[in-house]
Design a protein around this ligand. Structure first.
Ligand SMILES: Cc1cc2nc3c(=O)[nH]c(=O)nc-3n(C[C@H](O)[C@H](O)[C@H](O)COP(=O)(O)OP(=O)(O)OC[C@H]3O[C@@H](n4cnc5c(N)ncnc54)[C@H](O)[C@@H]3O)c2cc1C
Length: 371
């Protein structure tokens, strides 16, 4: 692309900080950099017309782990590590709510539930038995009991009639969150260039050469916030993980209200605008879903529809309105990677399935890697 004198001078000269990726991490990083460096020239580069990863695709659960997930984590992590993970999610959600406000997020404190399939009786009993210990473990963070059990008042079928309940879980409107973040970034004088794919980064002594599909320029520091696509640019242990979702048309007298996890969190659903938004099923084909390509498969979409019919809204007529997917970044550990990669390049990636919760704080920590 042959840029004009004006384009080069206005957008690509004397760039202090370049952030790659305009998801929740990239935008939160940009805002924190602005807070710390009011006069800096800050640029965000995004390959999509809109953010094209996970931040505009997700289910909008403001959650920090179901009972069975925490029990699971305790099998591979120490108590301190699990407490650290949970506290990061709480701090991240607090920061997100403080930064944007509950109205902008359309935050609804409806609570979160865990459903146990009839064939998962052993898991249900394990959760029942571990509940007091987990509540005790989390007490320093929440000051109150987090987990209890409630009757199935939602008309779910084929499940054990007691649902795990988390009184601190909420839900947000993902689109409103991202639109507000983008507004805030724009008002802060940060430039965002969309449709700009970064191909490579050359770390030099005092700056980085940023090579995009269309042009090259120098930036003093570069922050990589590309999550599931990280391995295209940097050499870190992050694998892509596609997650598929569907949404129904509005349903009259819908009983579903809250955020719900099913089958150890492999499936998740919530109410939004009198509809059910339902996602998951990666466990049916982990290998096939380890991809950076967006798309839906019959295997997973059929299973989602079947579970809606048999288990989630068995007594109500519904139609599917729309289906989509997003790409997450996962690895062999749940901890995100936030670190310097050289003289002038830094990364904040591998957010897993919890980026709504931890994205703000990962972005902030990423920005604070520099003085
Ligand atoms: C279907 C689904 C449901 C989810 N549900 C929840 C939930 O309910 N609660 C929760 O906490 N989390 C959820 N998550 C996870 C959460 O959405 C992510 O963890 C979070 O959005 C990650 O944010 P990010 O900024 O790190 O990455 P992303 O949002 O993926 O942002 C990375 C950005 O980098 C851009 N990019 C990549 N490579 C390049 C390049 N070379 N050049 C320029 N730009 C590039 C991408 O286009 C993308 O916009 C869900 C995820 C999915 C997919």
């Amino acid at each position: 692309m042959n840029l004009s004198y004006w384009e080069i001078k206005t957008w690509l000269t004397d760039v202090d900080f370049t952030i790659i990726g305009s998801g929740i991490v990239g935008l939160s990083c940009a805002l924190e950099l602005r807070r710390n460096h009011p006069k800096a020239n800050i640029l965000v580069l995004e390959k999509g017309l809109l953010p094209q990863g996970a931040s505009t695709k997700n289910a909008g659960f403001a959650c920090f782990g179901s009972l069975s997930e925490i029990i699971d984590d305790l099998e591979s992590h120490s108590e301190d590590e699990v407490l650290n993970l949970v506290s990061k999610r709480i701090n991240g959600l607090t920061l997100l709510r403080e930064t944007l406000g509950d109205k902008q997020l359309d935050y609804k404190p409806y609570g979160g539930y865990e459903l146990f399939l009839k064939e998962d009786e052993a898991l249900y009993h394990k959760c029942l038995e571990s509940r007091n210990n987990i509540n005790k473990l989390l007490k320093p963070l929440f000051k109150e009991d987090v987990f209890s059990f409630k009757d199935n008042i939602f008309g779910f079928n084929h499940i054990i009639d007691q649902l795990g309940y988390n009184q601190f879980e909420g839900q947000i409107d993902t689109g409103k969150m991202m639109a507000s973040l983008l507004d805030k970034v724009s008002v802060s004088g940060i430039k965002v260039l969309n449709n700009c794919y970064v191909n490579a980064l050359e770390d030099e002594l005092n700056s980085v050469e940023v090579i995009t599909n269309d042009f090259k320029f120098q930036s003093s520091k570069v922050f990589v916030a590309t999550n599931g696509f990280a391995s295209q640019l940097i050499n870190e242990n992050v694998k892509p993980a596609r997650a598929q979702v569907l949404i129904t048309k509005p349903i009259k007298n819908l009983k579903v209200k809250g955020t719900f996890h099913l089958d150890r969190g492999y499936y998740y659903f919530r109410n939004i605008d009198d509809r059910v938004l339902f996602g998951g099923g990666r466990s049916l084909d982990f290998k096939g879903e380890e991809t950076m390509e967006f798309g839906e498969t019959e295997l997973i979409q059929d299973k989602l529809e079947e579970l809606l019919n048999t288990t989630i809204i068995p007594e109500q007529q519904f139609e599917i309105e729309h289906r989509w997917s997003g790409i997450m970044g996962v690895g062999n550990q749940k901890k995100s990677i936030v670190k310097p990669l050289g003289n002038n390049i830094f990364c904040g990636v591998r957010l897993g399935g919890m980026g709504v919760a931890i994205g703000s704080i990962v972005g902030k920590d990423l920005a604070n890697l520099i003085e």
